[in-house]
Design a protein around this ligand. Structure first.
Ligand SMILES: Cc1cc2nc3c(=O)[nH]c(=O)nc-3n(C[C@H](O)[C@H](O)[C@H](O)COP(=O)(O)OP(=O)(O)OC[C@H]3O[C@@H](n4cnc5c(N)ncnc54)[C@H](O)[C@@H]3O)c2cc1C
Length: 373
């Protein structure tokens, strides 16, 4: 059941203004709700700003329903770009992936066959073709098979969040930054009634949306709910270069890289993530990433590591999204997921309709919060 009719305009506090929170909040405001966007820091500066930000479903084949949700996420991004304009945040330049060992290459070819069988746009090129058609600066060997997914993209998350915050505010939303939600008050039947902020203010609300990303378990705890979350740190580096020598997101051997705007390339690697908890120093992790990047694009070897960050993926305990109402706490909703860059816009649209109208149909049952009880 949604909050429609509880009062003339439902008042909803969205806790956390990253990719998930802003997408839910903007859609709620467009649908006529009285929205308060609350962030402990600044919008878009949480994990959203330190994401690889690859919009895809190719990496989401563990469960068919999850793959389909991510395909819907890709389509929603295209609609969003048509709706609000693509400038500065939407980069639909496709994605490349290759491996440097026979087992890895065989895995990629098997993955391409699976994806093609599921109707996904994927092309197997050679390294020579890729250099000729797409990325002249790569060192990939001529005969290496390279998967090219032309419908994929990358997103500048912080800029998109900023754009949607402005739209939400123009639609009537209130923005409160630099203040943390400290308490959620409930009334009879555990129904959500109030939100208390660290600046001392208290808001009367009909509903709250927990979009606190890596801190979502703490916010769930405010309504005595246990939301299990995995610990999945990621190490990300931004390097400055006079000229950005790559044009799209790519998974190369030992490193992922993509442009990040004029003069900056973003680097990440799951292999380096695995070292975060070993006590390795950030400077050493950055050096390893930078060395791998230099092997993929020689020009990057002379660039400078400008900034690094350990960011925590918001991953519910079973690895899948937790999105929707929690029936035991009326008025409390979750929007917590990994792959939140890909999924934010589609989750935002579906969850806003659920909050205001009680429509649960859009979100597959296997991603609903009540599976964690
Ligand atoms: C290394 C790495 C690579 C990734 N790669 C990809 C990728 O390629 N593609 C993809 O789709 N996804 C990727 N992801 C995942 C994606 O970045 C996240 O799923 C997404 O950014 C989550 O957005 P969010 O809004 O939930 O969290 P955040 O952006 O962290 O926003 C949460 C906000 O909540 C605020 N907050 C927390 N607690 C409170 C409180 N009590 N009160 C008020 N505010 C609060 C925080 O200040 C923060 O601004 C990656 C993540 C990492 C770490």
């Amino acid at each position: 059941m949604g909050v429609e009719g509880v009062r003339r305009r439902a008042r909803v506090a969205v806790i956390g203004v990253g990719m998930l929170g802003v997408c839910v909040g903007w859609n709620l405001a467009r649908l006529g709700a009285e929205v308060v966007l609350v962030d402990a820091g600044r919008p878009g500066e949480g994990v959203t700003d330190w994401s690889f930000s690859w919009v895809n479903a190719a990496n989401k084949t563990a469960r068919r329903s999850y793959f389909e949700l991510n395909v819907a996420g890709m389509a929603e991004h295209r609609n969003l770009a048509a709706d609000i304009g693509p400038d500065g945040w939407w980069f639909p330049s496709g994605h490349l992936r290759w491996a440097d060992d026979p087992a890895g290459q065989e895995n990629l070819l098997n993955s391409a066959a699976l994806l093609a069988g599921w109707g996904y746009t994927v092309e197997v090129c050679t390294g020579a073709e890729v250099r000729r058609r797409l990325e002249p600066a790569l060192t990939v060997p001529d005969s290496t098979p390279v998967l090219y997914c032309a419908d994929e993209a990358w997103v500048h998350g912080r800029r998109l969040v900023g754009r949607l915050v402005r739209r939400a505010v123009a639609a009537g939303a209130e923005l409160r930054t630099g203040t943390r939600v400290r308490a959620i008050g409930t009334g009879p039947g555990r129904t959500v009634r109030t939100v208390t902020l660290s600046d001392g203010s208290r808001l009367d609300v009909d509903a709250v949306v927990n979009a606190a990303g890596p801190d979502a378990a703490d916010v769930a705890g405010l309504v005595a709910r246990h939301l299990p979350m995995r610990r999945e740190p990621g190490f990300v580096a931004r390097i400055d270069c006079a000229r950005v020598p790559v044009h799209r997101a790519m998974h190369a051997p030992h490193v992922e890289l993509r442009p990040d705007g004029p003069g900056t390339v973003l680097l990440h690697s799951r292999e380096i993530d695995a070292l975060v908890d070993t006590g390795a120093q950030p400077a050493e992790l950055a050096r390893l990433l930078h060395t791998s990047a230099g092997h993929v694009v020689a020009e990057l070897g002379t660039a400078r590591v400008a900034r690094t960050r350990v960011a925590h993926r918001p991953v519910p305990g079973d690895g899948f999204p937790s999105v929707g109402a929690v029936p035991s706490v009326p008025g409390y909703y979750e929007a917590v997921t990994h792959s939140g860059i890909t999924l934010g816009p589609v989750i935002g649209r579906l969850l806003a309709a659920e909050v205001l109208g009680g429509k649960r149909a859009g979100m597959p049952a296997d991603f609903r919060p009540e599976r964690f009880t």
